[in-house]
Design a binder for this molecule. Structure first.
Ligand SMILES: NC(=O)c1ccc[n+]([C@@H]2O[C@H](COP(=O)([O-])OP(=O)(O)OC[C@H]3O[C@@H](n4cnc5c(N)ncnc54)[C@H](OP(=O)(O)O)[C@@H]3O)[C@@H](O)[C@H]2O)c1
Length: 273
C-alpha cells in the first residue's frame, strides 16, 4: 500500500537535528523506536530509555551503526532512575535539546473492576512518570540553556476513554500539563507539545488483537490504522524548528478517528430501570 511505503521514508531534510541530543523514553519498541530511528537519521544523538534490556539491547544493536545512540535502563516511575538517566546523557553528550515522553502502558478493564493497585500503576506510569522526566530534563538542562522541545505522546481521549478510564484520566492529565508547562516555560524558549495517536499498529497494540484493528479501520474516516512511522514524523515535526511558534498543542494522528465513531462496545445493561 502506498501510505506504508511513503511513511517509511522521512519527509524531512537530512541534518534537521544535527548537533542536537534527544531522549526518547520507551525508545526500544514501537512508536518510540521509530521516533529514535528518525531523529537519528536526521542527525540527532539519541538516548533510548526503558526498563527492560530485552527491549533496549536489540534496538541499540540495530541503531548503533547508524549514528550516535545510547541506551539507559530507566523506570520513569522512579525519580532517582530518571535523574540517573539525565546524568548519563549529560555526562556523555553535555546537552539535551529534545525530550520525547513516549513511555507508557495500560490494560483494558471496565472502571468498576479496576483495583486501586491497577489504577495507581497506570497513573504512576502515564502521568507521574511523564512529569518526573519532564521536570528533570527541563530544570537541569532546558530552562538554564534557554532551549528545548518536549513532545508528550498521549492518546485520543476527547470523548473520555471508556474501557480504559485509568489511561484516559492520565492522558488528560498530561494534555493539561502540556498546556501549563507551555505557558510557564515559554519565557525560557522551551516548547511543550503533545501528539495523540489513534490506533497505530505497533508492539503496544498487539495485546488488543486483530478485532480492535478491524474495528478501528471501520470507524476511522481514512479507513485504515496508522503506522509507527507516521507518529514519529509528527513528533519530529513538533520537535523541529518548523514548529518554532507552536507550543501547548495536542496534534491528533488518527485519520480523523476522534471526530467519528466509537470502537469500544458499550456494555449491555444488566438491569432494567
Ligand atoms: N499504538 C497505539 O495505537 C497507541 C495509541 C495511543 C497512544 N499510544 C501510546 O504511545 C506510546 C508508545 O506505544 P507503543 O504502541 O509503541 O507501545 P509499546 O511498544 O508497548 O511502547 C511502550 C514503551 O514504553 C516503555 N515503558 C513502559 N513503562 C515504562 C516505564 N515505567 N519506564 C520506562 N519505560 C517504560 C516500554 O519499555 P519497557 O517495557 O522496556 O519499559 C515500551 O518500550 C505509549 O505511551 C502508548 O500508550 C499508543
Amino acid at each position: 500500500m502506498l501510505y506504508l511505503e511513503q511513511a517509511r521514508r522521512t519527509p524531512f531534510a537530512p541534518g534537521l537535528f544535527a548537533g542536537q541530543v534527544a531522549i526518547v523514553t520507551g525508545g526500544g519498541t514501537g512508536i518510540g523506536r521509530a521516533t529514535a530511528e528518525e531523529l537519528l537519521a536526521l542527525g540527532a544523538k539519541v538516548a533510548i530509555a526503558s526498563r527492560k534490556p530485552e527491549h533496549l539491547d536489540p534496538a541499540l544493536a540495530e541503531l548503533g551503526p547508524r549514528g550516535e545512540v545510547m541506551a539507559v535502563r530507566c523506570d520513569i516511575r522512579q525519580p532517582e532512575e530518571v535523574a540517573h538517566l539525565v546524568d548519563e546523557v549529560l555526562a556523555r553528550w553535555g546537552r539535551i535539546d529534545v525530550l520525547v515522553n513516549n513511555a507508557g502502558g495500560q490494560f483494558p478493564s471496565p472502571a468498576a473492576a479496576l483495583t486501586p493497585k491497577g489504577w495507581d500503576a497506570v497513573i504512576r506510569n502515564n502521568l507521574n512518570g511523564t512529569f518526573y522526566m519532564t521536570r528533570e530534563v527541563a530544570v537541569r538542562e532546558m530552562i538554564p540553556q534557554r532551549r528545548g522541545a518536549i513532545v508528550n505522546v498521549i492518546a485520543a481521549m476527547q470523548r473520555g476513554f471508556p474501557g480504559m478510564a485509568h489511561t484516559g484520566a492520565a492522558r488528560a492529565g498530561v494534555e493539561n500539563l502540556t498546556k501549563s508547562l507551555a505557558v510557564e516555560w515559554a519565557e525560557h524558549d522551551v516548547r511543550v507539545n503533545a501528539v495523540a495517536p489513534g490506533i497505530i499498529v505497533s508492539s503496544g497494540t498487539a495485546q488488543y488483537g486483530e478485532a480492535l484493528v478491524e474495528a478501528a479501520r471501520q470507524y476511522t474516516p481514512q479507513k485504515r490504522v496508522g503506522t509507527i512511522e507516521e507518529v514519529a514524523h509528527a513528533i519530529c515535526y513538533l520537535a523541529s524548528p518548523a514548529a518554532a511558534f507552536i507550543t501547548g498543542i495536542t496534534l491528533a494522528i488518527d485519520g480523523g478517528k476522534a471526530l467519528w465513531g466509537d470502537i469500544w462496545p458499550i456494555p449491555e445493561r444488566t438491569h432494567q430501570g
